[in-house]
Structure formats: C-alpha cells, structure tokens
Design a protein around this ligand. Structure first.
Ligand code: ATP
Ligand code: MG
Length: 293
C-alpha cells in the first residue's frame, strides 16, 4: 500500500520529526468522494489518494471549533496514539495535514460503516456474532494494553465495520498512554516500582468492564445499567446492579462471562487472555474475527 510505503521512506529521510508529520500530505493528493457522516467537529468523506489509488476516509475538522471546545490537546493525543497502532481490529490513522482553517485526518476506510446502526437494525446479535466481535475486540485491546494504551471509551458508536465485516475500534479521543512517551518508546519497565507497574494493569481493566457492557448490549440490545435518570444509571453501576432479562434468551455461558467482566474490583475482572479461553468464546467465536451469517 503506497501510503504506508511512502511514509516509511519519508520516515528514513528525516528522522527528527514524528512519522505522522513527515508525510506532509495536502488536499491535492486526494480525490474527494461522498460524505460518510458528520461528527461534532467536522465532516468525514471517502477519498482516494491519487498516486496509490488507495481509498481512505478523510476526516475534516475545523480549527475554530477545536479551539472553541478546547480539544486541540485531546486531538493531538488521539493522533499520536492512533497513528502508532497496527492491528486488524483497530482503525488505522495514516497521517494528517492542515491548512489555515482545517485539520485533516487520513483514516482507514471502514466500508461497512457503523456497528451501532447494524445493532439498531437487528435489535440484538446472535451469540455467535456477539462472541466473534467480543473476541476480536479482546485481541485488539490486548494489543493496546501491551503498548500501554488504554482506550477508555469502548462503545458501539466507536466501532466501525470493515469490508470483510471485521470490527475496527475508532475514536481514540479518550485514550491514554499510561507512561510518558519516552518511556513507552524505550519500552523499559525495569526501573519502575511495583505500584506503578501494578497501576498500569489496574487502569487497563477499565476496558474489560466496557467490553463486558458491550457484550451485554450485543446480546440484549440495551446496555446493562440503563435507567431513565442519569443518577439511577450511576447508582446501578456503583452497585453493579446486573440483571439478565428472560428475553431475548441468552445462554448461561454468556451470562457467566459477562458476570466475570462486570466486577466492581477492577483487579478481579477476567483478564482478556482468559476471556479468549472462556467456553462461551471458544464455542461461539469465529477465530477469523469475521461473522459469517
Ligand atoms: P465525534 O468523534 O466528534 O464524537 P462522531 O464519532 O459522531 O463524532 P466522526 O468520528 O467524525 O463522528 O465520524 C462521523 C461519521 O462518519 C461516523 O459516525 C461514521 O458514520 C463516518 N465515519 C467516520 N470515520 C469513518 C471511516 N474511517 N470509515 C467509514 N466511515 C467513517
Ligand atoms: Mg467518533
């Protein structure tokens, strides 16, 4: 893929700047196609990189709006983190560029759009489909956590679907690096005291909780702690007021898995590698990560 190749070449050419900056794309490099959707800060278009003919999604953000909402810092972190991640179930961020008024993010194109819409259409997913998705997301999160990245905002709205039907985690706006960048890049853990090493694992467990909530929502069509009032949802979460409705019928193995993820004490949540060995996952998930009818 020419986009990656070019970035690699330019990477070698100037070692000082971050890989994202080095690409120095401009709007001229792309043919812009139909709008894919709009977000809080701008629009997303399908686009084709002229030289490679590679199809991407171009997210156009207005600087004025970013400034107004004071999210420039957040965007910078999002770009920094997402551009370093390479996993089939994580939406690639190839690079960015800007002009006077706008910032452009060059994103992997997720041909089948939002998972959220698919869930709305089906109301809820079959166990095989849910397990396949949950397993693929667990794999992506294991990868992130291995790089000391915690997503912190796993939910249907942030999941896109690729051409083969595979899930792509998008939107790293709330994600964090648990170490500062230098330490992460060097990857040296040797000098860290136990409490810091422990706190990494501890914090990463927020994503296990969210994945448990997501698994419930896939199977029941509604999130587990939903309530009319915010305050009630809050209370239900604090108390882990987890109930399994009788309909739709869900297997006890699935309920067992969810119960092991939605545990108040974050250190007691089922670790993601164990999740992949859970009978419900083993029996239902398609290892390819693609749900086939
Ligand atoms: P925000 O992230 O600002 O809260 P959002 O998530 O609703 O807002 P965007 O991420 O800007 O909005 O995307 C808007 C819409 O464009 C998405 O909901 C999705 O339908 C579509 N879209 C975004 N990125 C892609 C992509 N890479 N491939 C395909 N469609 C995309
Ligand atoms: Mg979004």
């Amino acid at each position: 893929m020419a986009i990656a190749t070019e970035s690699q070449q330019q990477h070698k050419a100037s070692a000082e700047r971050s890989p994202v900056e080095k690409q120095r794309w401009t709007l001229e490099d792309f043919d812009i196609g139909k709008p894919l959707g709009r977000g809080k800060f701008g629009h997303v278009y399908v686009a084709r990189e002229k030289r490679s003919q590679h199809v991407v999604a171009l997210k156009v953000l207005f600087k004025s709006q970013l400034k107004e909402s004071q999210v420039e810092h957040q965007l910078r972190r999002e770009v920094e983190i997402q551009s370093h991640l390479r996993h089939p179930n994580i939406l690639r961020l190839y690079g960015y560029f800007y002009d006077q008024k706008r910032v452009y993010l060059i994103l992997e194109y997720a041909a089948k759009g939002e998972l959220y819409k698919e869930l709305q259409k089906c109301k809820y997913f079959s166990e095989r489909r849910a397990a396949t998705y949950v397993a693929s997301l667990a794999g992506a999160l294991i990868y992130c956590h291995g790089k000391h990245v915690i997503h912190r905002d796993i939910k249907p709205e942030n999941l896109l679907v690729g051409a083969q039907g595979e899930l792509k985690i998008a939107d790293f706006g709330w994600s964090v690096h648990t170490f500062n960048r230098r330490r992460t890049m060097c990857g040296t853990l040797d000098y860290l005291p136990p409490e810091m090493v422990e706190s990494v694992e501890h914090d990463a467990n927020v994503d296990i909780w969210s994945l448990g909530v997501l698994c419930y929502e896939f199977l029941y069509g509604v999130p587990p702690f939903e309530a009319k009032e915010h305050s009630d949802t809050y209370r239900r979460i604090i108390q882990v007021d987890l109930k399994f409705p009788s309909k739709p019928a869900v297997s006890s193995a699935a309920k067992d898995l969810i119960s092991q993820m939605l545990v108040k004490d974050s250190s007691q949540r089922l670790p993601l590698h164990k999740l992949l060995e859970h009978p419900w996952i083993v029996q239902n998930a398609d290892a390819s990560g693609v749900f086939r009818g």
